[in-house]
Design a protein around this ligand. Structure first.
Ligand code: PGA
Length: 240
């Protein structure tokens, strides 16, 4: 089974640092890099062998138009970008993304043939009160038509399971907890023989990547902080 590494650089690094990391990468297979959007144009032009993802795309329109400050799908496709993170928890928590905008973004990615990296995960309260299973199942249930549209269009649909309480905190669920959630998610989106993959994200680093990659139903990793360190990123890439 192929495994993916997705690097989410958020707004962590400047262009020189981004260039230095990309220069160090020897094996770009099954690697997707999501730089900050002002860097995308330069990086796409200079690193044609790397798959890039947008960290977000506009829900207002898929096409060019009067949308100040938005990155519409057409401008991403101009750069040859065919992946986009959708619904990252850092956007959900500041209400830049919500159920309605996420649904609309997934409608757009399906129509525009962009492969989504759709982030989903429970809050600490949901985990402590044992509400994580129904919460995740309900959100996936509400998006099943959108997921199915991507698969029918022969797109790759990547789900990133990212417990909110684990992102950037150094707190990582146990292997059993990740395994349980991976099974819940894969059971809910049970489209046989389709291109649907599940990656784990949340405080992944070069010390824990190997054991997380080995968990049943985990097809890869979405890495934030550690992916901005070229040594750490390369040693994780070497695992796949
Ligand atoms: P982290 O971020 O690896 O720094 O926890 C993961 C993410 O935000 O996708």
């Amino acid at each position: 089974m192929e495994k993916f590494i997705i690097a989410n650089w958020k707004s962590y690094i400047n262009l020189d640092q981004a260039v230095s990391i990309l220069d160090s990468i020897k094996n770009p297979n099954n690697l997707i890099i999501a730089p900050s959007s002002p860097h995308l144009s330069y990086l796409c032009k200079n690193y044609p062998k790397i798959n890039f993802a947008a960290q977000n795309l506009s829900s207002l329109s898929s096409d060019y138009g009067a949308f100040t400050g938005e990155d519409v799908a057409s401008t991403l496709k101009d750069l040859g970008i065919f992946f986009s993170i959708i619904g990252h928890s850092e956007r959900r928590s500041s209400d830049l993304d919500n159920a309605a905008s996420i649904k609309e973004k997934l409608r757009i990615t399906s129509k525009e043939r962009i492969n989504p990296i759709f982030c989903i995960g429970e809050s600490l309260d949901q985990r402590k009160s044992k509400q994580y299973k129904p919460a995740i199942e309900a959100e996936l249930e509400s998006l099943l038509p959108e997921i199915e549209n991507h698969l029918e269009n022969n797109l790759t649909f990547i789900i990133a399971y990212e417990p909110f309480w684990s992102i950037g905190t150094g707190l990582v669920p146990t292997q059993e907890e990740i395994k349980e959630m991976a099974e819940i998610i894969k059971t809910k989106v049970n489209f046989v023989d389709k291109k649907i993959f599940l990656v784990y994200g949340g405080s992944v680093n070069d010390d824990n990547a190997k054991e997380i990659l080995a968990i049943d139903n985990i097809d890869g990793l979405l890495i934030g902080g550690a992916s901005t360190d070229e040594k750490k990123l390369n040693s994780i890439i070497d695992l796949i």
